[in-house]
Design a protein around this ligand. Structure first.
Ligand SMILES: *Cc1c(COP(=O)(O)O)cnc(C)c1O
Length: 370
């Protein structure tokens, strides 16, 4: 018999028994969207859980990126990383702005702060870094550069749900941070997302922008979009929030098993836990180099033979897609480290209910190379 399929991720579901009474309540209230009861509750609960002051819910994780650029009236050029999910750069494009790619740090995969200054031009107004795999960027250094040149910082924190540095949320860095609550993420509301900012006036502006720009029944203050989260997903999100710490703890156990199994295997590099950082174990990337004796793509295919599906996040680089490859900054010679990581990376199955037997199956293929 073929072994059960193991996918790279599997969604965290709340208990159906807990969800049904909430659905009944929504039916009774006859209120489905537009800042309803559960929407308000989830905004409050998430701000508290994450340790941030102002958070606005969105219908996915891409619209907060697009809206953040709108809310801060970003113009001209935005410095960003090619080593991310395409939505990061797409949000810049959707604002009619020019993305400028900067190479990444080999250790973390995050934008290399020491390469940012050389990419700044008179048209640069913002930096959009990504906390890739949930590893915090060097936020202090990025802020120093932004302060010198008068730039705004919008963090794509789609991977960084619940990540803290010495007890402080990583979402408090920069001017704004965005989150994704897509089904595949550490915490999900099926589809969903949020935009974190640091003052009440900005939150108000964001809330107008996600509701067509309406500031009152007959007042439209900006060309906003529709990006509201509905009551059903907000209720679902409240239930998932109650179990996310347990899910992160289970992910940590998987990460520890992988680390122990691969620590002496030549040609496999893994990310380390950083002291003082509360990691969320959103992904488990390994970076395969020559000494491993099998190429990354060969291993990827080999795992498939055993019904195990890793994913090559982030290959190909965003800078190689047709919309962006013509940009000067997309030239591979400008992005050698990002290209190296994209060619080496394989994200292994990582989710809360990946059981011991599943972990063993993944480890066996990788350790035995056959
Ligand atoms: C998932 C993700 C997004 C987009 O989120 P959606 O909720 O799928 O729209 C943006 N950036 C990064 C880095 C992501 O991983």
């Amino acid at each position: 018999m073929q072994n059960k399929e193991i996918t790279v991720t599997s969604p965290l579901f709340p208990s159906l028994d807990d969800f049904i009474p909430m659905l009944k309540d929504i039916w009774d209230r006859k209120w489905l969207t537009n800042n309803g009861h559960y929407h308000k509750e989830l905004e409050k609960a998430l701000a508290e859980y994450l340790g941030v002051e102002y958070l606005s819910l969105f219908t996915n994780g891409t619209l907060p990126l697009i809206t953040a650029l709108q809310a801060m009236r970003i113009t001209g050029e935005v410095i960003t990383t090619p080593y991310s999910f395409v939505a990061t750069t797409h949000s810049i494009w959707w604002n009619g702005l020019k993305p400028v790619f900067v190479d990444v740090d080999e250790e973390t995969g995050n934008i290399n702060p020491e390469k940012i200054e050389a990419a700044i031009t008179p048209h640069t107004t913002a930096i959009m870094p990504v906390h890739v795999y949930g590893t915090p960027c060097n936020t202090k250094r990025i802020q120093e550069i932004a302060d010198i040149y008068g730039l705004k910082i919008i963090y794509d924190a789609a991977h960084a749900f619940g990540v803290k540095i010495n007890g402080e949320s990583v979402l408090n860095a920069g001017d704004m941070s965005t989150l994704s609550f897509h089904a595949t993420k550490v915490y999900n509301t099926i589809e969903g997302g949020a935009l974190v900012c640091h003052d009440a006036a900005t939150k108000k502006r964001i809330d107008y922008l996600k509701n067509f720009g309406f500031a009152g029944e007959t007042t439209v203050v900006a060309p906003g979009i529709n990006s509201k989260m509905d009551e059903i997903r907000a209720a679902y999100g409240l239930l998932n929030l109650k179990q996310v710490d347990k899910a992160i703890a289970s992910r940590k156990v998987v990460a520890e098993r992988y680390r122990e199994a691969f620590k002496d295997i030549p040609g496999i590099r893994m990310l380390k836990d950083i002291e003082g950082v509360r990691h969320n174990y959103a992904y488990f990337p390994i970076f395969i180099s020559e000494e491993y004796g099998m190429s990354r793509d060969a291993l990827y295919e080999k795992l498939k033979e055993y019904n195990i599906y890793g994913r090559r996040y982030f290959y190909p680089l965003i800078s190689t897609f047709s919309a962006y490859k013509g940009l000067e900054s997309a030239n591979p010679s400008n992005l050698p480290v990002a290209h190296k990581l994209a060619d080496q990376v394989l994200c292994l199955p990582m989710f809360a209910d990946l059981d011991d037997e599943g972990v063993n199956r993944v480890i066996n293929v990788i350790v035995n190379r056959k």
